[in-house]
Write a protein that binds this ligand. Structure first.
Ligand SMILES: Cc1ncc(COP(=O)(O)O)c(C=O)c1O
Length: 424
C-alpha cells in the first residue's frame, strides 16, 4: 500500500509518482523496484473465482472494473502491464490506459474496437506511414472508409462537409508526422459534438476524436485536456526513449471505451510481454528530464538550421511566429515545442542523401524520441508507402529530412549538422 493518501497523490506531479505509484513493495518481498512478473498464468484462490471470470468473459453478468478483476492470464492482465498503465495514465491526466506490444498494435486494436464495417473516418494527413497503410489498405478491406484532409488550421473547416451519418471518428496526429503541422483538437471535438447522437434523425453515433500523441507527449501535450476521447502512443518513442524497446499505449477516460479496447487486445493478442512493460515503466522515471533536455537541444539546432544557406525551410513548432495561425493552436495544446525538426534542404534526394550519409553523431535511422539523435528521409523511408497525392498533401518531398534530437551536447549536434550540410 502507498503511504500517500488519495488526496496526497492527487497533488503530486507525474515525475514524482513515476517512481512509486501503483506498486506495493510489500507484495514483492519489499523490493523497491517492481520485479518482472515473468509468468503466463496466475493461480485462482478458488475454483469459483475461475468460473466467475470465464462467465464474465462469455458475456454473463456485469464484470467489475478492469483493475478489480484479479489476475488471470498474461494476455489479459499482468502486474507489469498494470503498473505501466497506471503510471502512463497519470502523465496524460487520464483515467486509464491499455498497453500494447507496439504503437501499431495500439492503433490497429483501437480502430478495430471502435469501428464497424460501413463506418467512416476523417483523417488529418499526413499520418505515420504504417497508420496510413493500415487505414488505406487494411481497414478498407473490412469496409471502413476514410476521407483525408490536410492537417493544420483549416482541417476542421475542411472536415465538416465530409461528416456523414456513418462518420465514427476523426483521427489526428498533432504535430503531424513529419511536417509538424498542428490541428486544433478542441475545434474537432466541437465538430464531433455538433454532429453527434444529439442530432436527431441522422442516425448518427458518437463521433470519437482519436489523437496519436506520439510526437509531443505526454510531457508537452495532453490531448484529452482539449477534447480527445482516445489518446494513442507509439511508446517506442519518447516513452521508451532509449531505442531498446517497442511498445504502444491507448488511453481513454470513458471506461466503456477502454474496456472495449482491452477486450480486443485480449482477442487479438497485442499485449506487451511483462519485460517490455517493465522497461517502459523504468523509462517513465526519466521521461521528463529526457524530454526537456531534448527540447533545449532542439531549440538550438532549429535556430542553427534557419541560418544555414543550404537549408530552404525549417519545420519546427518552436519557430512558429505569433502571427502564424498555428501559433494559437500551439499555445492552447502545448507547453513546449519538443524535439522533432524537419527541414527542406536546397536540392532534392541527392543532396538529402549526401547530407544523411555524412552525419557522424546523428544516427541514420528511422524512429524518434530516443536519447540519441536520429535523422531520416521520410519520402523514401517512413512515409515511402504514401501515394504521390498524399505525399504532396503532407509536404513530403524528396528534399525533406526529419531529425529527432537527443540528449547529447547541443554544440556537438550543431557541429555534426554543419559538417554534413557542407558536404551535401
Ligand atoms: C506518430 C507515430 N505513430 C505510430 C507509430 C508506430 O509505432 P510502432 O513503431 O511502435 O509500432 C510511429 C512509428 O514511427 C509513429 O511515428
Amino acid at each position: 500500500m502507498s503511504k500517500l493518501s488519495d488526496s496526497e497523490i492527487a497533488r503530486m506531479h507525474p515525475e514524482t509518482l513515476a517512481l512509486s505509484y501503483g506498486f506495493d513493495p510489500w507484495l514483492s518481498e519489499g523490493a523497491v523496484k517492481p520485479p518482472v512478473f515473468l509468468t503466463s498464468t496466475f493461480v485462482f484462490k478458488h475454483a469459483a473465482d475461475g468460473k466467475q471470470f470465464f462467465a464474465w468473459a462469455h458475456g454473463e453478468g456485469t464484470p467489475p472494473p478492469r483493475r478489480e478483476m484479479g489476475l488471470i492470464y498474461s494476455r489479459i492482465n499482468n502486474p507489469n502491464l498494470e503498473i505501466f498503465e497506471d503510471r502512463v495514465a497519470l502523465w496524460e491526466g487520464m483515467k486509464d490506459a491499455c498497453s500494447f506490444s507496439s504503437g501499431m498494435a495500439a492503433i490497429a486494436t483501437t480502430l478495430l474496437a471502435t469501428h464497424q464495417p460501413g463506418d467512416e473516418m476523417i483523417v488529418c494527413a499526413p499520418v505515420y506511414g504504417g497508420t496510413d497503410s493500415l487505414i488505406h489498405h487494411f481497414l478498407k478491406r473490412f469496409g471502413i472508409a476514410a476521407h483525408f484532409v490536410p492537417a493544420g488550421v483549416d482541417a476542421p473547416a475542411l472536415a465538416e462537409p465530409l461528416v456523414t451519418a456513418r462518420t465514427r471518428s476523426i483521427y489526428i496526429e498533432s504535430p503531424a508526422n513529419p511536417n509538424n503541422r498542428l490541428t486544433d483538437i478542441g475545434r474537432m471535438k466541437e465538430l464531433a459534438l455538433r454532429h453527434g447522437p444529439a442530432q436527431a434523425g441522422r442516425g448518427a453515433g458518437r463521433i470519437l476524436v482519436i489523437v496519436d500523441n506520439t510526437m509531443a507527449g505526454p510531457v508537452f501535450a495532453q490531448p484529452a485536456k482539449v477534447g480527445a476521447d482516445i489518446v494513442l502512443y507509439s511508446a517506442t518513442k519518447f516513452i521508451g526513449g532509449h531505442s531498446d524497446v517497442v511498445g504502444g499505449v491507448a488511453l481513454a477516460n470513458d471506461e466503456t471505451l477502454l474496456t472495449a479496447i482491452a477486450q480486443h487486445r485480449a482477442l487479438l493478442g497485442g499485449m506487451p510481454n511483462p519485460y517490455t512493460a517493465w522497461l517502459l515503466t523504468r523509462s517513465l522515471e526519466t521521461l521528463k528530464i529526457r524530454a526537456e533536455q531534448q527540447q533545449r537541444n532542439a531549440v538550438q539546432v532549429a535556430a542553427f538550421l534557419t541560418s544555414h544557406a543550404k537549408v530552404r525551410k525549417v519545420l519546427y513548432i518552436g519557430l512558429l511566429a505569433p502571427d502564424d495561425p498555428e501559433y494559437a493552436i500551439y499555445r492552447k495544446q502545448h507547453t513546449g515545442p519538443g524535439s522533432l525538426i524537419s527541414f527542406y534542404i536546397r536540392g532534392g534526394e541527392r543532396e538529402a542523401f549526401q547530407f544523411l550519409d555524412h552525419l557522424k553523431v546523428f544516427r541514420l535511422a528511422v524512429s524518434l524520441g530516443s536519447t540519441e539523435s536520429l535523422a531520416q528521409h521520410p519520402a523514401t523511408m517512413t512515409h515511402s508507402g504514401l501515394s504521390p497525392e498524399d505525399k504532396k498533401m503532407g509536404g513530403i518531398s524528396d528534399d525533406l529530412v526529419r531529425l529527432s534530437i537527443g540528449i547529447e551536447n547541443a554544440e556537438d549536434l550543431i557541429w555534426d549538422l554543419q559538417q554534413a550540410l557542407e558536404s551535401a
